[in-house]
Design a protein around this ligand. Structure first.
Ligand SMILES: [Ca+2]
Length: 103
């Protein structure tokens, strides 16, 4: 079903061949583009989260070399939790990414 566009319609950008008529194919194309953009945004947010987690873990590990041993021992329980959680986030991200790639 083709739709005729009004002049300066906000849907004008979806009229890829610029003939003033919005065909089903053009509407589908617009939907596909929006969907791809959404997925890309989600993917980027996840990538950023995994990356910051890795950076945080690296920074935490480095910081261990600069604080007193006594404090490192006091932090041992928290740090193992921290590594487990951080590792979980990164592994989860990788799992979801490879799973999404197979779809
Ligand atoms: Ca058109």
């Amino acid at each position: 079903m083709a739709k005729k566009l009004e002049e300066h319609s906000k849907y004008g950008e979806y009229d890829t061949d610029g003939n003033g008529v919005l065909t089903d194919a053009e509407i589908q194309q617009a939907k596909d583009i929006k969907k791809t953009e959404d997925e890309l945004r989600k993917h980027l947010a996840q990538l950023r989260m995994a990356r910051y987690t890795l950076i945080g873990m690296a920074a935490f590990t480095l910081a261990m070399f600069f604080i007193e041993l006594e404090r490192v021992e006091a932090l041992a329980e928290i740090s193992s939790l921290f590594y487990l959680t951080g590792g979980g986030i990164v592994v989860g991200y990788m799992g979801v990414t490879s799973w999404a790639g197979k779809k």
